[in-house]
Design a protein around this ligand. Sequence first.
Ligand SMILES: O=C(O)c1ccccc1N[C@@H]1O[C@H](COP(=O)(O)O)[C@@H](O)[C@H]1O
Length: 225
Amino acid sequence: MPTHRTRIKICGLTREEDVDAAVQAGADAIGFVLYASSPRAVTAKRAGELARRLPAFVTPVLLFVNASPEHIEGACAEVPNALLQFHGDETPEACRAAVRPYLRAARIPPGSAGASFDLLKYALDHSDAQAILLDAHVEGYGGGGQSFDWTAFPWSHPHLNASSRLVLSGGLTPANVIDGIRHVRPWAVDVSSGVEVSKGIKDRAKMLAFVAAVRAADALIDRSG
Ligand SMILES: O=C(O)c1ccccc1N[C@@H]1O[C@H](COP(=O)(O)O)[C@@H](O)[C@H]1O
């Protein structure tokens, strides 16, 4: 019996058929990118249309990068049950001001520089976030298909892991997600590029393979200790 069921978010969806396929594959959360510079950007109205396809217990996530309070409020009006994801340079105060549950992205520098990122301080500064979403530091803020060094941090620190506050993202694929879960032991994983045909267009077979790999990790990795 698995000791943990890793939650799965699939992000950057733009089409009805991809939303339906992601839900059928077993995603727990579906992300919509409300950042105009992203190739996966959707408008607030479009996010609302797509989110209304989601069944109960599948959470819509609205991703923002340095958005104005008006933009956030307008998008929340379209998707009233959304969890927010702040993926830019937002301060803890700006995140809190949205008065919604949110994920806060931490953008980890590549390679050995990752170890110099003070993740504990970051998590404490953003203690109101439901979870800290770990991503690689890339041009354009995110969605770059790049991984960071998963061995860079003391993941077993009680403030990070025992409180189930980590979401692993950044360059995850069906081929590497088991290894990522083994190293980081996150509450959830988040994928975009790794399940795509092209930016914003998802691949049904890759989404199924990704979910199957996460379930295999859950079966293989003992989280009871
Ligand atoms: O998807 C985007 O275009 C994007 C743009 C700006 C900020 C974040 C973005 N996506 C998020 O980036 C991570 C990692 O994505 P990937 O799997 O490496 O492609 C993920 O949280 C996406 O939600």
